[in-house]
Design a protein around this ligand. Structure first.
Ligand SMILES: [Cu+2]
Length: 155
């Protein structure tokens, strides 16, 4: 066999390997991967439910699309949350305007310094924001749209 022939055989072998791998992988896909995908979905769904109800994990409050409209009736969702002392909360801004979650008096739009996300951009999440350690009910609002009001109960 000439040197050129040998090289051709090697090259052909190299191209066959990926094809064989791809073929055998495709054979595995239907049952295995679909089973895994549905398992993953079920698990994350369960984790979310636990986080929302448990109070022990991370709590997320949504600023829904339309929150910047005073008459839209959209506000922090959920409006009231209960967390343990010093827990962290994330505000998820799904609106197309900037918002904050700032503790204080919404009637006078006066922050009290207990917690403040600062400005949260459209379609962004706040940093994990640490809640007070002292039990109580803390009212907060958006400094740009003070008609957006929510409460955090620490207990
Ligand atoms: Cu706002």
């Amino acid at each position: 066999m000439s040197r050129q022939h040998k090289l051709n055989w090697i090259a052909m072998g190299a191209t066959m390997i990926p094809i064989l791998l791809a073929t055998s992988f495709v054979g595995l896909v239907p049952s295995e991967t679909l089973a895994q995908a549905s398992n993953t979905t079920a698990t994350s769904g369960a984790a979310n439910a636990t986080g929302a109800g448990g109070g022990g994990g991370e709590t997320t409050v949504v600023m829904p699309l339309g929150s910047s409209s005073a008459t839209g009736g959209k506000g922090y969702e959920p409006h009231d949350i209960t967390v343990s002392p010093g827990a962290t909360v994330i505000w998820d801004n799904q609106d197309n305007a900037l918002h904050t979650a700032t503790s204080g008096n919404p009637d006078t739009a006066t922050p009290d310094g207990k917690f403040d996300t600062g400005l949260v951009g459209a379609n962004q999440q706040s940093k994990p924001t640490t809640m007070p350690t002292a039990p109580g009910e803390y009212t907060y609002f958006c400094t740009l749209h003070p008609f957006l009001v929510g409460t955090v109960t620490v207990q």
